[in-house]
Design a protein around this ligand. Structure first.
Ligand code: PLP
Length: 381
């Protein structure tokens, strides 16, 4: 089961927004493309599969649709205010620059950071690559060891594999049957040459929340930089870089009703964390991520963060109730339903409701519904 079904705020907005009014804003090319369809009266045919209608989408951990209010904020930066935010000599550049800086402040506010600590990237994948490889490359003369967990997202695991090929050592800590990493094991794995600990905040497959504050405290005490991939946590549970004691945090736009292709990296200023850039070029984003900042996308990410900050608590209550209803409904109809991962250490924000997570059941292969939402895994890929 996806951690977040449909965002209630998005659902409400879609209900209250006139679709006719929105279609008026579509360009002719977009409208033409929208008409081109793989649907007919008999259903949908795609990739050799015929389906009678559009299936219900429950995979919000993989991605979410753009909130119409986010799209509204983005559109002017595609159309009239299209300047390069790095153009210093004219109004078009200045207005884009102002929009980028507003977005930076919106992202920072959601995680209790300073805007100066936010670097825009293309997504959490890039932020994770910069964090894992960038930190180790920067400190390579003295630090040759990384600690992570076996259940990280592939982009963290692959970055670690890459480091191993370069001669670094990596400890992949196991997690318990509840999906949670053992804090004592983590502490005992830290060595004098450990240059980074990287543990995700919320797991993209089963939704469990790792003890980030405790890990952050251990790392601070032992003087080891701590990175967390918070792509699945942002906008879903409260995230506070100060309380969590993190040095680096990876964020993604498209998991929170923002656009795809944009993300951010939080980089602590005090004590300052240093990375070797993975992309060289014009020196944008303080030289950490060269390349023209895509104004519409970062504006969208900023707007999504601001909405999440305002509506997270309400969303969490409503969606947790919906999740419980779904799970109870499935359990009432099927035997052998098992929730994956810890039931307690997830969705703590949900006042005791089960919060995010996934479930499986023994007869899954016989069940169309199970095949639909579970066989490919419900987590983000
Ligand atoms: C935990 C986690 N990390 C990283 C990513 C990659 O994010 P992005 O698509 O922004 O690169 C995802 C989603 O796919 C994710 O769930």
């Amino acid at each position: 089961m996806a951690s977040r079904l449909h965002s209630s705020r998005l659902f409400q907005t879609l209900k209250t927004t006139s679709s006719i009014c929105r279609l008026r804003h579509l360009s002719t090319a977009t409208a033409a493309a929208a008409k081109e369809s793989y649907e007919d009266a008999d259903g949908i045919s795609m990739k050799g599969v015929k389906i009678s209608g559009r299936p219900l989408y429950l995979d919000m951990q993989a991605t979410s649709p753009v909130d119409p209010r986010v799209l509204d904020a983005m559109l002017p930066y595609y159309l009239s205010s299209f300047g390069n935010p790095h153009s210093r000599t004219h109004l078009y550049g200045w207005e884009s620059d102002l929009a980028v800086e507003k977005a930076r402040a919106q992202v920072a506010a959601l995680i209790n950071a300073s805007p100066k600590e936010i670097v825009f990237t293309s997504g959490a994948t890039e932020s994770n690559n910069i964090s894992v490889k960038g930190v180790m490359h920067f400190y390579k003369e003295k630090k040759r060891h990384v600690i992570t967990t076996q259940t990280e997202h592939k982009c963290v695991l692959d970055s670690c594999r890459h480091l191993q090929q370069e001669g670094f050592e990596v400890t992949y800590l196991p997690v318990g049957s509840d999906g949670i990493v053992d804090i004592d094991l983590m502490r005992s794995a830290i060595r004098p040459d450990t240059g980074l600990v990287s543990v995700m905040t919320v797991n993209n497959e089963i939704g469990v929340i790792q003890p980030i504050e405790e890990i952050g405290n251990i790392c601070r005490e032992l003087g080891v930089p701590f990175h967390t991939d918070a792509a699945q946590a942002l906008g879903k549970i409260p995230v506070d870089v100060e309380k969590m004691n993190v040095s680096l945090m990876s964020l993604s736009g498209h998991k929170i009703y923002g656009p795809k292709g944009v993300g951010a990296l939080y980089m602590r200023r005090r004590p300052r964390i240093r990375v070797e850039p993975q992309m060289n070029g014009g020196g944008q984003e303080r030289g950490i991520r060269s390349g023209t900042v895509p104004t519409p996308l970062v504006v969208g990410m900023g707007a999504a963060c601001e909405l999440a900050m305002k509506e997270m608590e309400y969303d969490d209550k409503r969606i947790s109730a919906l999740q419980e209803r779904l799970l109870n409904g499935v359990k009432a109809k099927l035997d052998g339903v098992v929730v994956n991962g810890s039931k307690e250490k997830r969705g703590e924000f949900a006042n005791g409701a089960e919060g995010s997570g996934s479930f499986k059941w023994e007869c899954m292969h016989k069940c169309k519904f199970g095949a639909l939402i579970c066989s490919k895994g419900v987590g983000g890929r």
